[in-house]
Design a protein around this ligand. Structure first.
Ligand code: SAM
Length: 242
């Protein structure tokens, strides 16, 4: 199975180190989501190790999740409260749950982990299926920067120490709006590859997918602190309603 088609790959490669990396503090996101949860229940797509879901549930909301990786879910289960959150292991594009939710959310650029436009569209359509009338869907993604894919490639150094070096390479396909990335570590034990892929979209393209699924954009900000979104914003938080 190729890196482009395997939703479980991320967890197999990253679950052991995910919580140790420099991930964003979820506090502002949790305030934002709790304000829009309308009492719940709430569904997180790609719940991961519970970075956002655990503090949201700690506020008394009924939070469930969908996640492709058993390895990521196991990390959440090992944390306080992590065994209280129901999770369906499956592909978020299918939204494989039967409940009705007041709020669903998909954060930290993870919409783009669906590397085919059809599956991104499926995801919106299936979220709309499980939302109560008036329910919200919150998306957080970066805004693509054409400078990143100038000449369809990018090479970045990640770290260099006495006994190792890590670089990150991106190969872009501008027509498909996808990239394949390799994070490559060289050390005394050899060369270690961590592949990853995304299909990036501009905010208007996300709005179109939402609109086709019956979800209307009602709020957009540059960050979780509700800074205004404008043409210089590098990310967006968008709220759609059914
Ligand atoms: C960057 S992590 C984000 C985790 C969590 N939402 C957070 O904000 O910390 C991306 C997550 O998406 C999951 N994932 C990737 N593709 C998926 C898919 N098609 N269906 C469900 N989960 C998926 C990965 O296993 C991983 O847990």
């Amino acid at each position: 199975m190729s890196v482009l088609d395997d939703p479980g790959l991320f967890g197999r490669l990253w679950a052991d180190t995910y919580d140790g990396t420099d991930n964003p503090d979820p506090t502002a996101a949790v305030h934002f989501l709790a304000d829009r949860a309308d009492g719940g229940p709430v569904l997180e797509l790609a719940i991961g190790t519970g970075r956002v879901a655990l503090p949201l549930a700690a506020r008394g909301l009924d939070v469930s999740g969908v996640e492709a990786s058993e390895e990521m879910v196991a990390k959440m289960r090992a944390k306080p409260g992590g065994d209280q959150i129901p999770v369906v292991v499956g592909d978020m594009a299918d939204v494989p749950v039967t409940g009705t939710y007041r709020l669903a959310y998909l954060v930290f650029n993870t919409l783009f982990n669906l590397v085919r436009v059809e599956r991104q569209q499926d995801c919106f359509r299936n979220v709309a299926r499980v939302l109560a009338p008036g329910g919200g869907f919150v998306i957080e993604t970066f805004v693509p920067d054409p400078a990143d894919f100038d000449r369809d490639e990018q090479v970045r150094m990640r770290s260099v120490t006495e006994d190792s070096a890590t670089i990150r390479l991106h190969q872009y396909d501008r027509a498909a709006q996808t990239f394949v990335r390799q994070t490559i570590r060289f050390d005394s034990e050899g060369v270690h590859l961590k592949p990853f892929a995304m299909r990036y979209c501009w905010p208007e393209q996300i709005d179109e997918m939402a609109e086709r699924a019956g979800l209307r954009l009602v709020e957009r900000y540059a960050d979780w602190h509700r800074q205004p979104f404008d043409s210089t914003s590098r990310s967006h938080i968008s709220v759609y309603r059914k």
